[in-house]
Design a protein around this ligand. Structure first.
Ligand SMILES: Cc1cc2nc3c(=O)[nH]c(=O)nc-3n(C[C@H](O)[C@H](O)[C@H](O)COP(=O)(O)OP(=O)(O)OC[C@H]3O[C@@H](n4cnc5c(N)ncnc54)[C@H](O)[C@@H]3O)c2cc1C
Length: 294
């Protein structure tokens, strides 16, 4: 099928895009990488009055460091996240996780902002941004506001953003020392059945602090397994502590049954995959401390 008729605008600045969104009073949509939007238009699931193309807005594609925080413009593409040495150094979880998204063509076009707004509960970027404690800046006709990713989602494919708001940038606090990630897909680089990301810091005594565990594909939105993570504070991520965290992670899930997997299967996998990722995190911490002492 082909998309229904729409008016096309190519914005040259973020301010112009916001003015255009305001002009259409909620009936326009932003066009970023188009990797989710265009299929939705072609299937006529969406019929916006206008598309506002932001691909020419350079100010939205910048990567910068500001007061110890890393700021990525909404139009930063997956391929930049994959290859930019600054992102690899400052946000290794993003650089690691992005390779699991789609294929090369999708990563050449898809953007961080588009992925966050699309709000796919299996999306890798929403999960990574949640675990890293990122904050989204949204600008609308009445000003700008900051929304922690932990408060961005209302449900599957639904955010708290107003239809006339443009996401301009995503800000990340300093990354934890260590990261780990794994996901299960039915086919290589397909949308995830289940994904788990974990981060944390390991002290010189081998004890862990600030552990965070995020899960994708097991609820309407990506979720933090907070009780599981807190249970690991002060431990050395022993096998017993990891097994207990895997058990606790089940408390935050409400998995769907869909074409990829049943709710029962996802529930079965959660403790297994959380344990697997935490063991990976422990190995990452141990190898870094070995490097330091050698
Ligand atoms: C074959 C294929 C495989 C894929 N596999 C995966 C996968 O494994 N994992 C995964 O996470 N995703 C996957 N995707 C989806 C892909 O990640 C999309 O790129 C992403 O979901 C949307 O980003 P985009 O830049 O293309 O946004 P678009 O498609 O342009 O926009 C998506 C939505 O966000 C809105 N929007 C975009 N930017 C902004 C902004 N700055 N402010 C406000 N609203 C905005 C649009 O109006 C639209 O509603 C796949 C897509 C395809 C086609």
């Amino acid at each position: 099928m082909k998309a229904a008729r729409f008016v096309y605008h190519r914005a040259t600045s973020a301010a112009e895009a916001v003015t255009l969104l305001d002009d259409y009073q909620g009936s326009a949509r932003i066009l970023a990488g188009g990797q989710s939007l265009l299929p939705m238009l072609n299937m006529r699931l969406w019929r916006p009055g206008a598309l506002i193309d932001i691909n020419g807005v350079e100010e939205l594609a910048q990567v910068r460091v500001e007061a110890g925080r890393t700021v990525l413009g909404a139009l930063v593409r997956y391929t930049t996240i994959e290859r930019d040495p600054l992102i690899a150094q400052r946000l290794p979880l993003l650089a690691r996780i992005v390779r699991h998204i789609g294929d090369r063509q999708v990563r050449n076009r898809g953007t961080l902002g588009g992925s966050l707004v699309q709000a796919d509960p299996t999306g890798e970027m929403p999960l990574a941004c949640l675990v890293l404690g990122a904050v989204v800046r949204a600008v609308g006709p009445h000003g700008s506001r900051e929304i922690p990713v932990a408060e961005l989602y209302e449900g599957s494919y639904a955010t708290v953003l107003d239809p006339d708001e443009l996401v301009t940038e995503i800000e990340f606090p300093a990354s934890p020392q260590h990261i780990a990630f794994a996901e299960r897909c039915r086919r290589h680089n397909d949308f995830a059945v289940l994904s788990v990301a974990a981060t944390g810091d390991r002290g010189s005594d081998g004890r862990w602090s600030g552990v965070r565990i995020g899960l994708g594909g097991v609820a309407d939105t990506p979720v933090l397994a907070t009780a599981a993570a807190v249970s690991l504070d002060g431990t050395d991520l022993s096998d017993a502590a990891i097994a207990e965290a895997g058990r606790l992670a089940r408390e935050v899930i409400d998995p769907p049954t869909d074409v990829r997997a049943s709710a029962e299967y996802r529930t079965h996998l959660v403790p297994i995959d959380v344990a697997r990722v935490l063991a990976q995190l422990r190995t990452a911490g141990a190898s870094t401390s070995k490097e330091k002492t050698s």
